[in-house]
Design a protein around this ligand. Structure first.
Ligand code: GDP
Length: 366
C-alpha cells in the first residue's frame, strides 16, 4: 500500500505529530495485517459519506478505509554526503510515495531550535537542499554513461533518458525540484523509474502555535511556509502538533467541544489525512447493502476490474460487471429503491473508470 513519509529537522514536532497519528490509530480489528512496523502509523480516513450510506442502507458493521504514515527520523545537514544516518534517511524517503515535511512555525523559548532561531524558510531550504543534492548526484552518476550510449549506440531508451537528464540537470542545479517540470506520459514513466526524491509529491505541515489554530493564515510563520509551498509545487497545511496529540487522546464528545471552543472546524489531523490522501491521487469507493458498509481506497485512473481486485483477486479474475451508483445520487434520492426507479443504477463494464464516491456491487464468476 502507499505511504507518506514524515520528515523534518530535529525538534520541529515530528514525533509529536506521529504520536498524534498513532494515538488516533485505526481499530486494529479492521486492519488485516497482523504486524505493523513501529514507525508506521495507520489511521482511518474520515469520511462523512460512510455515515450517510450506513443511515440509508444499515449494516451490522461500518468499516472505514485506512491510510499509512511512516516516521522517517534522522535528517541532518550533510545527509546527502552520507553524514550521520544520512544515507539511510534518503533511502527511507525513496521508499515512500509522498513526503510530509514538518516545519517549526511556533515560538517557544523552552524548546531549542537546532540552528538557534525559529526560521521556517531556512529549515525548509536545509532539508530540501539535501534532497536536491542527492538527486543531482543521481543524475551525475548516470549522465556520462547514458550520454555515451545515446550518442554512440543510438540506443532508443538511452536517447530518451539522456533527453530527460539534460532537461532535469539544470533544474536541480537551480535548486528546483524535479516535480516542477512537466512531463508527457512516456517521459513521466522514465522519470518515475529513476526514483528521484524531489519528484515525489510534497506536503508542508507548518507546526503552528495553539493560538493560531483557528486561523493559521494569521501567523506570519505559517505564511512563510505557505508562500514557499506555492512556489515549490507543493501543498501546505497548518496544525499545532502538541494540541493534536492532546485531541487524539480525547473522547469523541470532548473532541467536538474542544474544537468548537478553539474555533476550529475540523481537527488538524483529519485535514492532514485528507490532504495526504489526495496528494497521492487516492480515491474512495464504497460497498454497501450486505453485512457491512465499507470504504475502500483506489488510485485515480483505475478501471473497474482492477478496483474489484482490491477487494479480492477473484473479483478481478472473474469480473463480469460493476453495478454502480454514485454517492451523490444515493444521497439525494435517499434510498436504493428510489435510485433504481430513477434509472440511476448503472451497469458498468471492463473499461469503466471508477469515480470517487461510487458505490459498487461487483458481479463476478467464481
Ligand atoms: P522532533 O525532534 O521533530 O520529533 O520533535 P518533537 O516532536 O520531539 O518535539 C520537540 C519539542 O517540541 C517537544 O518538547 C514537543 O513537546 C515540542 N512541541 C512539538 N510540537 C509543539 C507545538 O505545536 N507547540 C509547542 N509549544 N511545542 C511543541
Amino acid at each position: 500500500s502507499l505511504t507518506a513519509g514524515i520528515v523534518g529537522l530535529p525538534n520541529v514536532g515530528k514525533s509529536t505529530l506521529f504520536n498524534a497519528i498513532t494515538k488516533a490509530g485505526a481499530q486494529m480489528a479492521n486492519y488485516p495485517f497482523a504486524t505493523i512496523e513501529p514507525n508506521v502509523g495507520v489511521v482511518e480516513v474520515p469520511d462523512v459519506r460512510l455515515v450517510r450510506i450506513q443511515e440509508i442502507e444499515p449494516a451490522d458493521k461500518v468499516v472505514p478505509t485506512t491510510f499509512e504514515f511512516t516516521d522517517i527520523a534522522g535528517i541532518v545537514k550533510g545527509a546527502s554526503k552520507g553524514e550521520g544516518l544520512g544515507n539511510k534517511f534518503l533511502e527511507n524517503i525513496r521508499q515512500t510515495d509522498a513526503i510530509i515535511q514538518v516545519v517549526r512555525a511556533f515560538e517557544d523559548s523552552e524548546i531549542t531550535h537546532v540552528s538557534g532561531k525559529v526560521d521556517p524558510l531556512e529549515d525548509i531550504e536545509t532539508l530540501n537542499t539535501e534532497l536536491i543534492i542527492a538527486d543531482l548526484d543521481h543524475v551525475n552518476n548516470r549522465y556520462s554513461k547514458v550520454e555515451k550510449a545515446a550518442v554512440n549506440s543510438k540506443d532508443k531508451e538511452a536517447i530518451a533518458e539522456y533527453q530527460l537528464l539534460k532537461k532535469i540537470k539544470p533544474v536541480l542545479e537551480a535548486g528546483e525540484p524535479v516535480r516542477s517540470l512537466e512531463f508527457d506520459t512516456d517521459e513521466a514513466k522514465i522519470v518515475h523509474g529513476l526514483f528521484f526524491l524531489t519528484d515525489k509529491p510534497m506536503l508542508y505541515v507548518a507546526n503552528i502555535a495553539e493560538d493560531d489554530m483557528a486561523d493559521p493564515s494569521q501567523s506570519p510563520l505559517y505564511q512563510v511556509v505557505a508562500d514557499y509551498a506555492a512556489k515549490d509545487h507543493a501543498e501546505v497545511i497548518g496544525l499545532a502538533a502538541k494540541t493534536e496529540e492532546e485531541i487524539s487522546e480525547m473522547a469523541e464528545s470532548d473532541k467536538a467541544d474542544f474544537l468548537e471552543m478553539a474555533g476550529v472546524q475540523e481537527a488538524g489531523l483529519n485535514r492532514l489525512i485528507r490532504t495526504a490522501y489526495h496528494l497521492l491521487g487516492l480515491r474512495t469507493f464504497f460497498t454497501a447493502g450486505g453485512k457491512e458498509t465499507r470504504a475502500w481506497t483506489f488510485k485515480a485512473g483505475m478501471k473497474a476490474p482492477q478496483v474489484a481486485g482490491i477487494i479480492h483477486s477473484d473479483f478481478e479474475r472473474g469480473f463480469i460487471r460493476a453495478e454502480t451508483v454514485s454517492y451523490t445520487d444515493l444521497d439525494q434520492l435517499g434510498s436504493m429503491a428510489a435510485v433504481k426507479a430513477a434509472g440511476k443504477l448503472r451497469s458498468e463494464g471492463k473499461e469503466y473508470l471508477v469515480a470517487d464516491g461510487d458505490i459498487i456491487n461487483f458481479r463476478f464468476n467464481v
